[in-house]
Design a protein around this ligand. Structure first.
Ligand SMILES: NC(=O)c1ccc[n+]([C@@H]2O[C@H](COP(=O)([O-])OP(=O)(O)OC[C@H]3O[C@@H](n4cnc5c(N)ncnc54)[C@H](OP(=O)(O)O)[C@@H]3O)[C@@H](O)[C@H]2O)c1
Length: 354
C-alpha cells in the first residue's frame, strides 16, 4: 500500500442513499504484479454494476471490504508500467474495463492489468473512450454468443441504454445484420435510429412482444424481460445480460477474487441452486419455442476492445451517446449515481476526473 494519497469516490457501507457516495482521500494504488499498469484517470463511466455493488446486491459472489472504491470503466494516461508490460509505456492514452479487484475508476489514479486495456485512438477523447469498455464489450460478446450473422435480423431491447446502444450500433457495423429492431421510450426514438436501428418500437405505446412476434434470428435482452422469447423466431437464439443470471454466471462474477469463507461458500452454493431453479422457471417460454437461450457475463479484454472498437471510433462510424457528464465532486458523483440508478439514461454517464 502506498504512503501517497489520492482522491477516490467511495461508499463506507452498503447503501443506496445518494448522499453516502462521496470523494475521500485514499491510499494511492500501487503495482502489485509485473503485468500491471498505473493510470492517471481522466474520465470514468458509470454502469449499473457500480450501484448494485454499492447496494450489496452482488455481496454473495463479491464480498466487499470497505471503504468500497467505485467504477469499472476508465480512460486516462499511463503513469508507470510493471516490468512485464509490453503493450504500453508511460504517457500512452489507454481505456478499459478493469477487473473487480481493481474497481475504483472514479478516482485520480487506478491500477489495472495490461490485458484489460486498449490504446485510445488519437482522434478520440477521454469521455468517449471511457463510455465504451464495459457496455461496448458486453454488447459485442452477447451478440457473438447469440451467433448473430451477416444479413440476419436482430432484436435489441432498451436500444438507448449503455449496452443497448452499443448492441444496436455493432449489429450493423460489426456483425453486418440487415435489420436491427429495438425498443425505446418516446424521447429516444430518433436518437436510436441515428445509432443504426432500422425499426423502432416505442415500448410505452405498443406491446413489442405482439408487434414483433417471431421476427428475430437473435433476440438480445438488456432490460431483464423474460418475454423476449416471443420476438425470437422458433429455433432461433436469445441472449440476456439483465435477466436472472444462471448459477455458473455467479462464478464468472467472482473471476479471480479471493476464496470464500466456509459460510460464504455455503451461501454461494444455496444462491446458485435457488437462481438455477428460478431461471429454469423463467425460461420455460424459450424452451417451448426451442429458442436457444444463454445468460452472458462480460469478459474484460483489452485486445477485443482495440480490435472491435478502435477502427469504428477512429473513423467516426461509432459515436457513443453521452447522457450526461458530471464533475469529480461529491455533488457530481451523487448526481451521476442517481441518474444511473434511475435506469433511464440516454447512452452513457461520465464523470470527468481530470
Ligand atoms: N451480464 C453482464 O455482464 C452485464 C454487463 C453489462 C450490463 N449488465 C446489465 O444489463 C442491464 C443494462 O445495462 P445498461 O448499462 O445498458 O443500463 P442503462 O444504461 O441504465 O440502460 C437501461 C435502459 O433500459 C431502458 N429501459 C428501461 N425499461 C425498459 C423497458 N421496459 N423496455 C425497454 N427499455 C427499457 C431505458 O430506456 P428508457 O428510458 O427508454 O426506458 C435505459 O435506456 C443492467 O441490468 C446491467 O446490470 C449486465
Amino acid at each position: 500500500m502506498s504512503s501517497q494519497t489520492h482522491k477516490a469516490a467511495i461508499v463506507s457501507h452498503y447503501t443506496a442513499k445518494p448522499s453516502d457516495f462521496h470523494i475521500a482521500d485514499m491510499p494511492r494504488p500501487v503495482l502489485t504484479t509485473a503485468t500491471q499498469v498505473e493510470i492517471k484517470v481522466h474520465a470514468a463511466s458509470l454502469n449499473p454494476i457500480d450501484y448494485k455493488r454499492a447496494e450489496g446486491m452482488l455481496s454473495i459472489a463479491l464480498p466487499e471490504g470497505f471503504p468500497l472504491l467505485l467504477g469499472y470503466d476508465v480512460a486516462g494516461v499511463v503513469v508507470q508500467t510493471g516490468s512485464a508490460v509490453t503493450r504500453f509505456k508511460a504517457g500512452d492514452r489507454v481505456y478499459g474495463r478493469v477487473d473487480s479487484e481493481h474497481a475504483g475508476a472514479i478516482a485520480q489514479y487506478l491500477v489495472a492489468e495490461e490485458r484489460v486495456l486498449a490504446e485510445i485512438p488519437e482522434s478520440v477523447g477521454y469521455a468517449t473512450a471511457a463510455s465504451v469498455p464495459l457496455a461496448g464489450l458486453t454488447a459485442k460478446q452477447a451478440l457473438e454468443a447469440g451467433g448473430l450473422k451477416r444479413g440476419q435480423t436482430v432484436f435489441v431491447s432498451g436500444g438507448m441504454g449503455g449496452v443497448g446502444m452499443f448492441a444496436v450500433a455493432l449489429a450493423r457495423l460489426h456483425f453486418g445484420a440487415s435489420e436491427v429492431i429495438t425498443t425505446v421510450s418516446t424521447s429516444k426514438v430518433d436518437r436510436v435510429r441515428e445509432m443504426g436501428a432500422t425499426r423502432v418500437v416505442d415500448y410505452t405505446k405498443e406491446d413489442y412482444t405482439e408487434v414483433l412476434r417471431d421476427t428475430a434470428d437473435v433476440a438480445f435482452d438488456t432490460v431483464g424481460d423474460a418475454a423476449i422469447y416471443k420476438v425470437a423466431k422458433p429455433n432461433a437464439s436469445a441472449v440476456s445480460v439483465a435477466m436472472l443470471p444462471d448459477g455458473s454466471a455467479l462464478e464468472h462474477f467472482r473471476q479471480d477474487r479471493v476464496p470464500l469463507s466456509m459460510l460464504g461458500s455455503v451461501k454461494m452454493a444455496v444462491a446458485k441452486r435457488v437462481i438455477d431453479c428460478a431461471g429454469w422457471f423463467l425460461t420455460r417460454g424459450f424452451r417451448a419455442k426451442n429458442v436457444r437461450y444463454s445468460y452472458v457475463v462480460l469478459r474484460p479484454d483489452g485486445e477485443d476492445l482495440e480490435r472491435t472498437f478502435n477502427p469504428l471510433l477512429a473513423s467516426g462510424k461509432l459515436s457513443p451517446a453521452i447522457s450526461n457528464t458530471y464533475p469529480f465532486t461529491d455533488a457530481g458523483v451523487q448526481a451521476a449515481f442517481a441518474e444511473c440508478r434511475g435506469g433511464h439514461a440516454t447512452g452513457k454517464i461520465i464523470i470527468s476526473v481530470e
